[in-house]
Design a protein around this ligand. Structure first.
Ligand SMILES: NC(=O)c1ccc[n+]([C@@H]2O[C@H](COP(=O)([O-])OP(=O)(O)OC[C@H]3O[C@@H](n4cnc5c(N)ncnc54)[C@H](O)[C@@H]3O)[C@@H](O)[C@H]2O)c1
Ligand SMILES: N[C@H](CO)Cc1c[nH]c[nH+]1
Ligand SMILES: [Zn+2]
Length: 437
């Protein structure tokens, strides 16, 4: 089921060479995504109807879902789910209100008499993509839209693929109601990303697009990043690296491999250990779980392409391998894993200790479950408040600064041959103090 790798002999750059390369699937769909985007840009709503027929096999008679329908869905879902969605939103809002405090306006420094102040402002309108091909994701509404609202975004637009009957499922609509989403459209895939990036007759153009999705969605976001803000994470098919030893029940490790694999194709699932016997026990548990699993085909699909069981020398090498993979989720389940956190340099989210299944992060821990995949955790981060806000700085130049530092600016402007630059400074330096009005 998992492909076995013995990484114990490899060190340094040889270790990197021994790892399989990450893959987004057999054929790169960038060409067809570009075609979809260009149709949406040129034809607007009519392309959205047509592409939804083609890729979702659904004939829509309208694109937008009304706020009354969101509220009705909130009333229809069962009580336990309503409470669970509210609890998840509460947790996410709490964490992001703390993050927002870190972005508060602050004076950075008095630099040669120039006061430098930083301030952030929300974007005006954000687009949240919520996936819906091989599963339903009301949690992704909370993990995107509620964060946009905490960030102060004025309007949130949400796109989600339609169900086969053209509707959007109640749990997703209820989550949209809870998060006070302003517009919901039943459009999925690359066409939804194009609609939010360029705007159509029905879909308002947004300033930032966030949210996870399959390879078509993730590539579409990358393609429109010239005209709209898109986080640098490639929030694509789910990934997990589970590191464990005999201190963890093998069934727990096996389930955690299956958790992210059940999202569907093109994902990645690694199991890493330094105990050969334990590796066999986990593999057996995984096989017996798969016999009964309702999403067996999805799990098998990810495991058959990027499912690995790797044997390493020790926990240090396990973390070295994890850092090279840079996975979306890293689980350090073994005893005393807290001692190793400083060694982790590349991962979207890290779960620590035997209870740390990534499923807590998927739903209730508080940080967004929209995380970097496809090795982008080398440079990208979890979705957060700052993805919906722009940073500006204010430079207040005092008379004192004119006296202190003009000489350096004039000198450099002279070297660049930019006369107006140096004149604009010289005139202030030489023409003396203005009366304070
Ligand atoms: N990284 C993260 O933060 C994160 C979070 C949640 C989910 N996910 C991932 O999101 C993904 C969701 O994928 P999904 O497929 O269920 O839903 P999705 O909404 O991302 O994709 C469904 C859409 O894909 C389009 N599509 C399907 N086949 C196509 C084709 N051949 N050409 C062009 N477009 C096509 C359709 O329009 C459809 O509406 C999963 O891979 C899951 O692992 C990632
Ligand atoms: N594991 C996904 C992120 O890769 C998020 C999610 C949503 N629902 C369940 N899981
Ligand atoms: Zn998940």
């Amino acid at each position: 089921m998992l492909k076995s790798l013995d990484l114990r002999p490899f060190r340094g750059t040889a270790l990197l060479g021994a790892l399989p390369r990450p893959s987004i699937g057999t054929a790169d769909p960038t060409g067809s995504v570009r075609e979809i985007l260009s149709r949406v840009k040129n034809e607007g709503d009519s392309a959205l109807y047509d592409l939804t027929k083609r890729f979702d096999n659904v004939t829509l008679d309208h694109l937008q879902v009304g706020k009354d329908e969101m509220e009705a869905a909130f009333g229809r879902i069962d009580n336990a789910l309503r409470e669970a969605l509210l609890a998840a939103k509460y947790s996410v809002v709490r964490v992001h209100e703390e993050e927002l405090k870190l972005l508060a306006e602050h004076e950075l420094i008095d630099n040669f008499g120039m006061r430098i102040t930083y301030k952030t402002q929300p974007v005006d309108r954000a687009g949240c993509y919520v996936p819906g091909g091989v599963a339903r994701y009301p949690s992704s509404v909370i993990m995107t839209a509620s964060i946009a609202k905490v960030a102060g975004v004025r309007e949130v637009v949400l796109c989600v693929p339609p169900q086969p009957d053209g509707t959007v499922d109640d749990a997703t609509l209820a989550a949209a109601h809870i998060c006070e989403v302003d517009y919901v459209f039943s459009i999925g895939g690359a066409q939804a990303i194009g609609a939010m990036a360029y705007g159509t007759e029905s879909v308002p153009k947004v300033d930032v697009i966030v949210g996870p999705g399959n390879v078509y969605v993730s590539i579409a976001k990358r393609e429109v990043s010239q005209v709209v803000g898109v986080p640098s994470s490639f929030a694509g098919p789910s990934e997990v690296v589970v590191v464990a030893d005999e201190s963890v029940p093998p069934k727990w490790s096996a389930l955690d491999i299956a958790v992210q694999a059940e999202h569907g194709p093109n994902g990645l699932a690694w199991f890493i250990t330094w105990n050969e016997e334990y590796a066999k026990a986990v593999e057996e548990e995984l096989e017996s779980y798969l016999d009964e699993a309702s999403r067996k085909d999805h799990i098998a699909s990810t495991l058959s392409t990027q499912g690995y069981s790797a044997l390493v020398r020790n926990r240090d090498q396990a973390i070295e391998v994890a850092n090279l993979i840079a996975p979306e989720h890293l689980e350090l389940l073994y005893h005393d894993a807290g001692q190793d956190l400083d060694k982790v340099t590349n991962a979207g989210a890290v779960f620590v200790g035997p209870y740390g299944t990534a499923a807590y992060g998927d739903y209730v821990a508080g940080p967004s479950h929209v995380l970097p995949t496809y090795s982008t955790a080398r440079f990208a981060s979890v979705l957060g408040v700052s993805d919906f806000r722009k940073r500006m700085h204010f430079i207040e130049v005092t008379r004192d600064a004119v006296d202190q530092i003009s000489w350096a600016a004039e000198e450099i402007a002279g070297a660049e041959g930019l006369e107006a630059h140096s004149d604009s400074i010289r005139v202030r330096r030489s023409e003396g103090e203005l009366d304070e009005a």
